[in-house]
Design a protein around this ligand. Sequence first.
Ligand SMILES: C[S@@+](CC[C@H](N)C(=O)[O-])C[C@H]1O[C@@H](n2cnc3c(N)ncnc32)[C@H](O)[C@@H]1O
Length: 230
Amino acid sequence: MNQPDWWYDEFRHLAVDFNDPQQVAAYDARQGTKLAEERQLVQRLGITTGQQVVEFGTGTGAFAQAAAEVGATVIAVDISPAMLAYAEKRSIDVADRLTFVRDGFLSYQHTGTPVDFVVTKYAFHHLPDFWKAIALNHFAAMLKPGGKFYLEDVVFSFTPDAVEDSIETWIGRVANGQSFSRADFAGHVREEFSTFGWILEGLIERAGFEILERNYTSPTYANYLCLKKS
Ligand SMILES: C[S@@+](CC[C@H](N)C(=O)[O-])C[C@H]1O[C@@H](n2cnc3c(N)ncnc32)[C@H](O)[C@@H]1O
């Protein structure tokens, strides 16, 4: 689809190039991705056989695999061909229930019937807040009434006056010099678009969702389970 010249270019990688084969190969180990945890999340969300899920920013595809394992049909969307190739390979046993699409939050066009779930984990911070609002509207439009939206990401719940202490404490805790360096997290804060929880909650609610569960698991991480209001 042709977009106007002011449209956001969501296909460029920000601080990390997720189309770099080395990044992709190392991703699960660095991130500590565990299929067992993705399976638990699928259970927590109540995803079951016959349901339809669209996952944005699928990355190495562990969540998509776990959802397909319970019998859901999953459309796994990512801007990175290298990530999609990795995800497709890992989930070969459930390939009949998975479709991989190279596209983005804003540009993916859903043509099938409205879906039961839209899910995105650790990817939404790639959009500036203005474009998050546009994407959330887009998600609501592809969900059936009563459909659910799950978002998990780096989200800030400290107050702006505590920024230095909060970011330094976070970096000190997670940058261990092995899987992730200080530069990785500094790049995230400087160049990506993680935002405050109160901003995200406002954006979610304005797109027509009711937030059923909000979990601020630390001052820098959160997840939200949301219902599309009819
Ligand atoms: C940090 S990884 C998260 C992967 C996986 N969801 C996880 O939880 O481990 C971010 C992923 O989002 C993808 N991504 C970045 N911008 C995107 C966009 N605009 N639309 C869809 N995916 C995007 C990247 O290519 C990358 O695979």
